[in-house]
Design a protein around this ligand. Structure first.
Ligand code: PRP
Ligand code: URA
Length: 209
C-alpha cells in the first residue's frame, strides 16, 4: 500500500515491545510513548523544506540550511494521543497544538466527538495527527475529516500500533494521508482491541481503569 510506512528500526521495535508488557507501569509507559514518538517523528519530518541562511562561524561567513519555517499543527486525538505530543514537540518546539476529543462507543466501537479546538489558519498548515492506537480506524478517520473540514490539505497520521483493519479503513477514507505505524499487529479481537496490542492506551498512560 502506498502512503503507509511501517517502522522497522530496532530502537523503536525494542521500545514498543516493552510498552506492550503487562508489567510496564504508568511512569515507564508514559516515558516510552514519548520516546517512541520522538524517534518516529525523526522520519515523519524527513521532508521538511530547508532554506539557506547567512551565518557566521568562528572561522568564516557561510550559508547554512535551516528549517524553512513551515507552519505545523500537532493534533493529538484525546486522550491517548496526548502522550505523544511532547515527544514530537521536542523536535519541532514552535509547532501549534490542536486537540480532538473522541471516545469509542463500547457497543458499536464507533467514535463520538466531545471536543475539537484547532489552531487558526489550518488551511496553511501541515497537520500531524497523533494517536498511539489505530484499531478499527474510526477515530482517526473522524479526526482527519474534522481537520480537512477546516481547510487543511496536508495531513500525516502517526500511530505506535496499528491493526490491518485500521490501516485499510483509514487509507480508503483518506488516501492522501500518509500513515506512519510503529508496528503492524495481527488482528482485532471481538471488542475491537488490537491483538497482541498493549491494552487500553489511554488507561495505561493516565493510570485509569
Ligand atoms: C483509543 C485510542 C484511539 C482509538 C482507536 O481511544 O487512543 O483513539 O481508541 O480505536 P479505533 O481505531 O477503533 O477508533 P479511546 O476511544 O479508548 O479513548 P481514550 O484515548 O480516551 O482512552
Ligand atoms: N484503543 C486502545 O487503546 N487499544 C486498542 O487495542 C484498541 C483501541
Amino acid at each position: 500500500m502506498d502512503n503507509v510506512t511501517i517502522f522497522t528500526h530496532p530502537l523503536i521495535q525494542h521500545k514498543i515491545s516493552t510498552l506492550r508488557m503487562v508489567e510496564t507501569g504508568t511512569k515507564q509507559f508514559r516515558e516510552l510513548v514519548e520516546e517512541i514518538a520522538t524517534l518516529m517523528g525523526y522520519e515523519v519530518f524527513r521532508d521538511l523544506p530547508l532554506e539557506e541562511l547567512d551565518i557566521e562561524t568562528p572561522i568564516c561567513k557561510t550559508k547554512a540550511p535551516f528549517i524553512a519555517g513551515k507552519k505545523l499543527a500537532i493534533v493529538p486525538i484525546l486522550r491517548a494521543g496526548l502522550g505523544m505530543v511532547n515527544g514530537i514537540c521536542n523536535l519541532v518546539p514552535s509547532a501549534k497544538i490542536g486537540h480532538i476529543g473522541l471516545y469509542r462507543d463500547p457497543e458499536t466501537h464507533e467514535p463520538h466527538e466531545y471536543y475539537c479546538k484547532l489552531p487558526d489558519s489550518m488551511d496553511q498548515r501541515e497537520a500531524i495527527v497523533v494517536d498511539p492506537m489505530l484499531a478499527t480506524g474510526g477515530s482517526a478517520e473522524a479526526a482527519i475529516t474534522f481537520i480537512k473540514n477546516r481547510g487543511c490539505k496536508s495531513i500525516k497520521f502517526l500511530c505506535i500500533i496499528a491493526a490491518p483493519d485500521g490501516v485499510e479503513r483509514l487509507h480508503k477514507a483518506h488516501p492522501d494521508v500518509h500513515i506512519y505505524c510503529g508496528h503492524l499487529d495481527d488482528h482485532l479481537n471481538e471488542n475491537c482491541y488490537i491483538v497482541p496490542g498493549l491494552g487500553d492506551a489511554g488507561d495505561r498512560i493516565f493510570g485509569t481503569k
